[in-house]
Design a protein around this ligand. Sequence first.
Ligand SMILES: Cc1ncc(C[n+]2csc(CCOP(=O)(O)OP(=O)(O)O)c2C)c(N)n1
Ligand SMILES: [Mg+2]
Length: 327
Amino acid sequence: MSEAYDPSLERVHGLYATMLLIRAFDEHAGQARRDGHLRGSVHEYIGQEAIATGVGANLLKRDYVSSYHRGHGHCLAKGADPVSMMKELYGKADGLCGGKGGSMHVADFALGILGANGVVADGVTLAVGAAQAVKLRGEDRIVTAFFGDGAMNRGPMLEALNWARVFDLPVLFVCEDNTYSDKTRTASVTGGPGILARASAFGIPAESIDGNDVIAVDEAAARLTRAVRSGQGPVFLHAKTYRWRGHLALDPGRYRDAQEVSRGMADDPIARAKAWLFARGVKAESLAADREAAVERIRSAVSQAESAPWPRPEILFTDVQDLGAPT
Ligand SMILES: Cc1ncc(C[n+]2csc(CCOP(=O)(O)OP(=O)(O)O)c2C)c(N)n1
Ligand SMILES: [Mg+2]
């Protein structure tokens, strides 16, 4: 960690509150899917909150982010409204995407959120395309691409890394390494010396951090976003974490060793930030109240989403592209 980085109590407290909001959102989303209140795929981000939170805290409203199927945390950390997001998950008319996207396609262009994305690694190529537009137009913004360890084994990922380097594009690549690609241990299907080596092979500066330490993520993201903003081209952050739940809300995840899961869950990014704050004098009651406030905010978002109107059937035929002409 660099000497200059010394986060204030307020900053870490804010990071803690964001992580609580993300966790409360996904605790509800996962349960609502298991209870049959939501349709489609829901991928919980539980256990990985420090990454979106620490990176998001260093992004500006005008910056772009692309996300992937496990995307709720990235959208919330970039400032998406939890009520509009929850309505989107429930498929309601005034959800962020009019109820047409659902969990895997939340987007909010007004906040630079280019979208979650169900196709592994495709959000990354989208981010690089956006970064090329930013550079061609001479705009003062950067692009962050969030993706999983599994994405590193797809062809478009390698094209994206190459393109970003060749054109020195303003991209922060953030690989969230939660050990798994669906039901497969990623290491068992990955050749060569690993993720960092792959990014480095394209000439992109790359580093690994403890992705469950929100302070370490914030420090790295502050430094790396500064580097990207200065025009030096792409950088790559590899953040180690662990996926607490099954791949999807409906996956009980029984293919994993119970001891491994308990070890993973013992390293809780929220508990770690809480301990840091407690050691510096923040009262236990105040930290518990933060948790209750996040849960209450999500409870309210859910009740608004439940009572919101459904889309009209006619919207099925809007936003449809027909031979290049939007109809
Ligand atoms: C191109 C493509 N291939 C396969 C899938 C099916 N699939 C969905 S998620 C996933 C695993 C992705 O793993 P990772 O990128 O590590 O993200 P994580 O789910 O661990 O967050 C796979 C194979 C897909 N959605 N897209
Ligand atoms: Mg993974």
